[in-house]
Design a protein around this ligand. Structure first.
Ligand SMILES: C[S@@+](CC[C@H](N)C(=O)[O-])C[C@H]1O[C@@H](n2cnc3c(N)ncnc32)[C@H](O)[C@@H]1O
Length: 365
């Protein structure tokens, strides 16, 4: 049977997101009345009820700290119909820019350890992952070990041979500039799509990862993010990247259905335009560079990937070329305004980057 409520032994928590503003409501839902004040119930059944209530109270606190998965009436974990294992799917309609969830890291591990060799660096990393894992609350260790692991791809591997390192490598990602990686129990359930419906961003100001819809997501539709690559590649290129980097064969709709989405031809044209833009900007042909920017933006839109990581550098190029090459302030302002809308949708309206761009726009006035 699908769904977090059934699969997850800790699934007693409700709430659209782990939003601080919702915390008070969530607490009143999760706190069983008088749970922590043991009344004088002498029976075994009474004692068991109090123990259960206290366990729920502990767990309710834990979910606020990223120690347990976030559960919600807005999405659920389900078994995907293809080879991608579990995934996240929408239980309500999300519009582009809607926040889907936010959560603290269950586990954070520093990335940069001084080492003499690659081998030593790998050993240090493995030790750091293992010792961080060992120090976690038991319920978090159990929740982590329920996640998928690239170990499972290896021949002869059984589920009970999966290691914390394998799970960490499969599910963690780098936290912005913070020189460490993080594993997030709910975000980790999002599969990759080369034409994603969502994006996840580490917000250092909140110390949380936040997931936003990058287009309308219908009820029942899978919520997918992108694991990369950052440049536009054809199907073969993207699949090679994902196989080498993450050890899986991408089965997303864009890879499976190729040219239904204009696929390879369009992606190859976008890729060559990306190269043209930087070359034209450097060789002092700003008019041609701006024409390439505009063509690129319209192809990204046609491809259905115009809200997300591909778009940001193109808009930034447009802004730079308009300022430095064309000296056209109005055009520069229009690229910056588009970038602001994009960042507000992908990182949140009060994110540090959105506020920074807003301040730049205010300077134009
Ligand atoms: C971060 S986990 C995502 C959640 C995972 N499916 C689960 O069951 O918990 C990454 C793993 O999901 C699978 N996966 C993610 N995106 C995929 C895709 N587009 N095609 C095939 N498998 C995918 C791969 O096995 C990958 O190693």
């Amino acid at each position: 049977m699908n769904g977090t409520a059934v699969d997850d032994p800790f699934a007693c928590f409700e709430g659209d997101s782990d939003d601080d503003e919702n915390d008070k409501d969530d607490e009143s839902k999760c706190n069983p009345p008088e749970a922590s004040v043991a009344p004088s119930i002498a029976t075994d059944q009474g004692r068991r009820l109090v123990d259960e209530a206290n366990a729920r109270l502990d767990a309710a606190v834990a979910v606020k700290d990223g120690l347990l998965p976030v559960t919600s009436a807005s999405f659920e974990v389900f078994d995907t119909p293809n080879d991608a294992g579990k995934g996240l799917r929408a239980l309500k309609v999300f519009e582009c820019g809607d926040e889907i969830l936010r959560e603290y890291a269950a586990m954070r591990v520093p990335n940069h350890q001084a080492a003499e060799s690659l081998e030593e660096a790998e050993q240090l990393h493995e030790r750091a992952v293992q010792s961080t894992f060992n120090n976690l609350h038991q319920c978090t260790r159990i929740a982590i070990m329920q996640l998928s692991s690239c170990d499972e791809m290896k021949d002869g591997y059984e589920r009970d041979m999966v290691s914390p390192l394998g799970v960490y490598q499969t599910n963690s990602f780098i936290l912005g500039d913070e020189k460490c990686g993080g594993l997030f129990l709910t975000t980790a359930r999002m599969n990759h799509s080369c034409r994603p419906s969502a994006t996840h961003i580490w917000r250092p100001d909140l110390q949380k990862t936040v997931v936003f819809a990058t287009r309308r997501i219908e009820i029942g539709e899978e919520i997918c993010t992108t694991y990369g690559p950052s440049e536009c590649l054809d199907t073969q290129g993207r699949r090679d990247y994902l196989r080498e980097r993450f050890s899986f064969e991408c089965g997303c709709e864009m890879c499976e259905e190729g040219n239904r989405f204009g696929g390879d031809d369009r992606m190859i044209e976008i890729s060559s335009l990306q190269e043209d833009i930087s070359m034209l900007a450097q060789t002092g042909d700003p008019q041609a560079a701006i024409a390439a920017v505009e063509r690129c933006l319209s192809l990204l839109k046609e491809q259905g990937i115009s809200i997300g990581p591909y778009m940001k550098p193109i808009l930034y190029y447009g802004y730079q070329i308009a300022i430095d090459g064309l000296k056209d302030i109005d055009l520069a302002e229009s690229y910056l305004s588009k970038e602001l809308v994009l960042i507000q949708q992908c990182e949140g309206p009060t994110s540090p980057k959105a506020l920074q761009i807003q301040a730049m726009l205010d300077d134009f006035k």
